[in-house]
Design a protein around this ligand. Structure first.
Ligand SMILES: [Zn+2]
Length: 138
């Protein structure tokens, strides 16, 4: 039998690939995209290195979260577009009245969305990178 050989090999765990809705919900809750249990952040801007529940390595590679800045930019652009259209065309605020507050919004909003942008970036990677659903990569 191969019992001896099987006992010598490390056990590789596999997780089912979550659906998009599940991944988005876990990202909004700032939870691990793979298991949905472990928190991503230990402080506002500081992430845990690994999931406390499933062990997923959150820092996938050096500079991994650079892509989350694009997510953050997209979220900020959509928010500022909606705010401008509503405030200018619905409530008749002039461009001069909106310039200052919307510029301040463009500074504050990305700081507030920082964690969710990273969580969404990690969730997208969890959906598209099959290596994240096993322990093999570690
Ligand atoms: Zn996890």
């Amino acid at each position: 039998m191969n019992d001896i050989a099987d006992d010598d090999r490390p056990v590789i765990r596999r997780w089912p690939r979550p659906e998009y809705g599940t991944l988005i919900l876990r990202a909004l809750q700032l939870r691990c995209p793979r298991c949905g249990e472990g928190p991503l952040f230990r402080r506002w801007f500081a992430m845990h290195q690994r999931c406390s529940h499933c062990g997923l390595k959150f820092e996938r590679a050096p500079g991994y979260y650079l892509g989350s800045s694009y997510v953050n930019y997209g979220l900020t652009a959509m928010a500022i577009l909606v705010a401008y259209v509503v405030l200018h065309y619905r409530f008749r605020f002039s461009n001069a009245d909106l310039a200052g507050p919307l510029a301040a919004f463009c500074v504050v909003f990305p700081l507030l969305a920082f964690r969710h942008a990273r969580a969404l970036w990690l969730a997208m990677d969890c959906r598209w990178d099959p290596g994240m659903m096993t322990d093999e990569e570690d």
